[in-house]
Design a protein around this ligand. Structure first.
Ligand SMILES: [Zn+2]
Ligand SMILES: [Zn+2]
Length: 189
């Protein structure tokens, strides 16, 4: 027997996107597959109580597709996740599904926000490995925003290359003679 979908049911259907597919959640499925597995915690997190992936994210199954519960939550509450964006947990709690704690970001932003990510650690470093401060004047930004390099140390490498070419003694440290790296030492007497 076919019963028409009531208007209220139809309006509460939600589309979730998964690897280029559109999966439709009915109101009943949202309740059974999502809400019944959520427990709201004191800190505001919506803890996922059911299956989790190996990396700690909540997982639910719809139409034999395994979906991350936080991504489902984002899409049923906030709408489609823009292509290419990742969902960042502002609360750093991977099993949390509270849409207020979720934000769609680029992969790079996501990495930078993780307090233990190498890229984030590099970004907060204030000095190069030789102890030169990354001031605006002393910082060379590597093409494509892939990192930074110390100008003083770059000059040192250039001076070493130059000295090697001329058969002169190599400057041993970045700070040796770094005042005027390109000055000619002719008029010293
Ligand atoms: Zn949270
Ligand atoms: Zn340096």
């Amino acid at each position: 027997m076919l019963t028409p979908i009531p208007e209220v049911e139809r309006s509460t259907r939600r589309v979730v996107h998964h690897k280029g597919e559109h999966l439709v959640f009915s109101r009943e499925q949202i309740s059974r597959l999502f809400w019944r597995k959520i427990q709201k915690a004191a800190g505001g997190c919506w803890e996922w109580q059911a299956a989790k992936s190996r990396n700690g994210y909540g997982v639910l199954v719809l139409s034999r597709r395994s979906l991350y519960s936080h991504r489902v939550s984002y899409e049923i509450h906030k709408g489609q996740i823009p292509a290419g964006l990742h969902i960042d947990h502002l609360c750093q709690n991977k099993s949390c599904c509270n849409p207020d704690h979720l934000e769609a970001v680029t992969s790079r932003e996501n990495t930078m926000r993780s307090p233990i990510a190498p890229a984030a650690l590099n970004a907060v470093k204030t000095h190069c490995p030789h102890g030169h401060e990354y001031t605006p004047e002393n910082t060379v930004v590597i093409k494509g925003g892939r990192g930074r390099s110390c100008r003083t140390c770059r000059r040192w490498h250039e001076r070493r290359t130059e000295a090697k070419r001329k058969g002169l003694p190599l400057p041993a440290t970045p700070d040796e003679g770094s005042e005027r790296p390109y000055a000619k030492k002719e008029n010293t007497r």
